[in-house]
Design a protein around this ligand. Structure first.
Ligand SMILES: N[C@@H](CCC(=O)N[C@@H](CS)C(=O)NCC(=O)O)C(=O)O
Length: 328
């Protein structure tokens, strides 16, 4: 596991010494936007108009951030328009690789490179920073449009609508303020909170993260006893962002990241809600549980140096929903 420094690979994990044992996620380096007409988005430069076949997604099945983008690609009918290359679940001394010795892997469809870092240095030869998934690549200008999942899902939500004819809106104008507010708490304490619990290297940092995580899960359990979705009467971006962490919870975060005060299945509403989203047409096809379980347990030397993959419970994500008396 490492990062690029002036275009050179350095095998180094996150330094938590300077942050009191706290894991701090790096800010994504590429922040351009694909827009319907190629004008600049909220950040970055103009020049990335929506076009069929022009963009390519680099993703990991294991990764909850990449998973968001795979879900949006599926639900917004983008599969015929945006290709995907899937990295290997083992993220070791070379970071993400395009090795193919695992079912469902594709290698690098565009350049047949061995490593994901080669994509970053093709975009910027002296790139410095972490080499993360997901990456949205522009085949025309041969550069990275964005490596920030929260922004890629917003592009997928609307930029390609005239090409796909799919106008389902997971970020409706009138709900944006509330979606942003819910996202912020969920990002801090759940999406990133599980990582902050798992990668903490002091008791204090762990206690802080794990307490906030279970406080937010309790808050969501109550919220989802009253309404079908987090915001409004339909599934929104906020639900899909939460879902990718919940679906991994009992298989990975509970044990591997020490998020073990309760399991997801111990929260009746959250567990039913997770199954409902899993059963949404197309969604199960975006998940590969074997790669999820393998990635975390095999890749994080500091947490599981033996690389033993746990037996894990059999979870039945196909059980019918059990929530009652909901608003929508
Ligand atoms: N802010 C990024 C975070 C992505 C991220 O951290 N991805 C992880 C995989 S789950 C990764 O590639 N980590 C490699 C590293 O940190 O070196 C996003 O949401 O797109």
């Amino acid at each position: 596991m490492g990062l690029l420094v002036n275009g050179k690979w350095v095998d180094k994990w996150y330094d938590t010494k300077s942050t009191g044992g706290r894991f701090e996620r790096w800010t994504s380096g590429f922040r351009n936007w694909v827009t319907a007409d190629g004008t600049a988005g909220p950040t970055g430069q103009a020049g990335f108009p929506a076009e069929s076949g022009r963009y390519h997604l680099y993703a990991a099945q294991a990764c909850p951030w990449a998973h968001r983008t795979l879900i949006f690609r599926k639900l917004k009918g983008l599969e015929p328009h945006i290709g995907v290359s899937v990295v290997h679940p083992d993220m070791l001394q070379d970071g993400w690789t395009f090795d193919k010795d695992w079912p469902g892997l594709t290698g690098d469809h565009l350049y047949d490179y061995p490593f994901l870092r080669d994509i970053y240095t093709r975009a910027e030869s002296a790139f410095s920073g972490r080499v993360t998934v997901p990456v949205l690549w522009d085949k025309k200008t041969e550069t990275i449009v964005s490596n920030e999942s929260s922004e890629i899902v917003r592009m997928f939500n609307s930029a390609f609508d005239t090409i796909t004819g799919n106008e389902v809106d997971f970020y409706p104008e009138n709900l944006r303020a509330e979606i942003n507010e819910v996202n912020e708490r969920i990002y801090k304490t759940i999406n990133n909170g599980v990582y902050q619990s798992g990668f903490a290297t002091t008791q204090e940092a762990y206690d802080e993260a794990v307490t906030a995580l279970f406080d937010t899960l309790e808050w969501l359990e109550a919220r989802l006893s009253r309404s079908s979705y987090l915001v409004g009467n339909h599934a929104t971006e906020a639900d899909w962002r939460l879902f990718t962490t919940l679906i991994r919870f009992d298989l990975v975060y509970h044990l591997h990241f020490k998020c073990n005060k309760m399991r997801l299945v111990d929260f009746p509403n959250l567990w039913s809600y997770t199954r409902e989203l899993y059963q949404w047409p197309g969604v199960r096809e975006t998940i590969d549980f074997d790669q999820v379980v393998r990635h975390y347990h095999y890749s994080h030397d500091s947490i599981n140096p033996s690389r033993i993959i746990p037996i894990n419970p059999d979870l039945d994500f196909d059980q019918p929903q059990t929530r009652k008396g909901l608003v929508a």
